[in-house]
Write a protein of this length. Structure first.
Length: 474
């Protein structure tokens, strides 16, 4: 069993002050695979004090110094890529083929896009006789999830460094090993003491303490909408900036006449990747009524062909979902879909036939779904797809927008029509005809999917305050 029992504070690995041991259960074997110490308020206080002490000097570093530091971190990160991938697959069940590529690679992508954005970032501009400058906001707390650990850690850490902030990272206790290895990367890269701090822990204790802390200037969270609301409430008393990247229930509009054998697989694969545990997964597939029966058959064949297997074995199979609690939630939602009249076209409840343990979910397709059903409204976060038919394009747009979320969306078909309706979609991102995530464009959502944007220059700007110099400015 891997053991990461210490926190990383002020450039040193230190014991927790009163913390308790926590074991991570492997979702594939149901056995303990990693142990950490869940931190305390005292641990948070120590980390915040270290970050506060380091801020003044780090905020004064130059653009060139921060670029050099980020480049050094990338070099050290690449040395540990295999260890990070192994930790992700073991602790949260992502197949190793995906962990070694998309999971680890997303971190490198965010470092590189941040470096490029930093090279050209406009820290100041003249406005008449005045000057407007961007300055580091201060000490920032970063709360990250288990589903794409390196994607979300680096998407916050890299721009925070680029902005000149100091930070405390609280990763998910469901996948803490990759974050501990990342702290080792930061130490090996020579990040100045106090600039980066790691406190392991849970949300109600460490997350809440960071959100409430008077010496934390900003908190950035990626997680469920429920968690984002709790953090915002905790942060309200100190009026700190709250940046949230939260849940999603993304539509995938298949435009009338689109070739289904080309339009469907990419979206279905996007849901199944990472066993459906992606906030942008386009899990609501909207198909014109004239093509609905054919689409259900194609999608059912696709989902029935998907297999599950050991995440530490190379291959194109799906891994388990992260834990028993998540498995139970997904099973409950599948049962709710059946009870509300949706038809199981593929998959269904229970374990797949080829496994007898682990938190595996059958790749599932629901047909005859209406958008008022629970499976069409709640974020399932598993390999479960709902297919909804629409009457015309206006009806498709109405259904797509009929959700509390607004993170992402997909449109497949005639590119002229797709670009005409894209402005009508109430979401932060619209993927058109196989567009893929890109670290050089902003990431974030509308409505209950959060506030603010990540990635590239927009991510850097999130970690900065704006100051005006008014009058005879040199």
């Amino acid at each position: 069993m891997n053991s990461y029992l210490q926190n990383y504070i002020n450039g040193n690995w230190v014991d927790s002050i009163g913390g308790t041991k926590h074991q991570v259960i492997s979702p594939s074997t149901e056995a303990a695979c990693t142990e950490i110490t869940l931190g305390t308020q005292a641990d948070v206080d120590a980390a915040v004090a270290a970050a506060r002490a380091a801020f003044d000097s780090f905020a004064q570093t130059t653009r060139e110094q921060r670029i050099e530091l980020l480049q050094t971190i990338v070099a050290e990160y690449q040395k540990r890529a295999g260890d990070i991938a192994q930790a992700i697959s073991t602790e949260m069940g992502c197949p190793i083929s995906v962990s070694q590529t998309a999971q680890v690679g997303s971190g490198i992508g965010h470092f590189m896009s941040t470096i490029e954005a930093l090279k050209n970032f406009e820290f100041e501009e003249k406005v008449g006789a005045n000057k407007v400058v961007h300055e580091a906001i201060g000490v920032v707390a970063l709360i990250t999830p288990w589903n794409w650990p390196m994607n979300q850690i680096v998407a916050k850490v890299a721009p925070a460094i680029a902005a000149g902030c100091t930070m405390i990272l609280k990763p998910s206790e469901e996948c803490p090993g990759a974050a501990a290895i990342f702290a080792e990367v930061m130490h090996a890269a020579g990040v100045p003491a106090g600039v980066f701090n790691l406190v392991q822990g849970d949300g109600p204790t460490v997350g809440s303490a960071l959100a409430k802390h008077p010496d934390v200037d900003m908190i950035s969270i990626t997680g469920s909408t429920r968690a984002g609301i709790a953090v915002a409430k905790d942060a309200a008393d100190t009026v700190k900036r709250v940046h949230q990247e939260l849940g999603g229930k993304s539509p995938n509009i298949i435009l009338p006449g689109a070739p289904l054998d080309q339009a469907l697989p990419a979206g279905l694969g996007g849901v199944c990747l990472n066993s459906g545990q992606s906030c942008i997964a386009p899990a609501r597939v909207l198909v014109h009524k004239s093509q609905y029966a054919e689409a259900v058959k194609i999608a059912a064949d696709y989902m029935n062909a998907m297999t599950v297997g050991d995440p530490l074995t190379e291959g194109a199979h799906l891994g388990p979902v992260v834990n028993k609690s998540q498995w139970d939630k997904i099973q409950g939602l599948i049962q709710a879909g059946i009870a509300e009249g949706a038809e199981v076209a593929a998959g269904g409840a229970g374990l797949p036939e080829n496994v007898s343990k682990g938190f595996y979910v059958k790749p599932t397709l629901f047909s005859n779904v209406t958008n008022d059903m629970t499976v069409a409204r709640e974020e399932i976060f598993g390999p479960v797809i709902t297919m909804i038919q629409y009457d015309d394009v206006d009806d498709a747009v109405r259904i797509a927008n009929d959700t509390n979320y607004g993170l992402s969306s997909v449109i497949c078909g005639d590119p002229v029509l797709a670009n005409q309706i894209a402005p009508r979609i109430r979401a932060g991102m619209v993927y058109i005809n196989a567009g893929t995530p890109d670290a050089s464009v902003p990431f974030g959502g509308y409505k209950q999917s959060g506030n603010g944007r990540e990635f590239s220059k927009w991510g850097i700007a999130e970690f900065m305050e704006i100051k005006s110099y008014i009058g005879m400015v040199m």
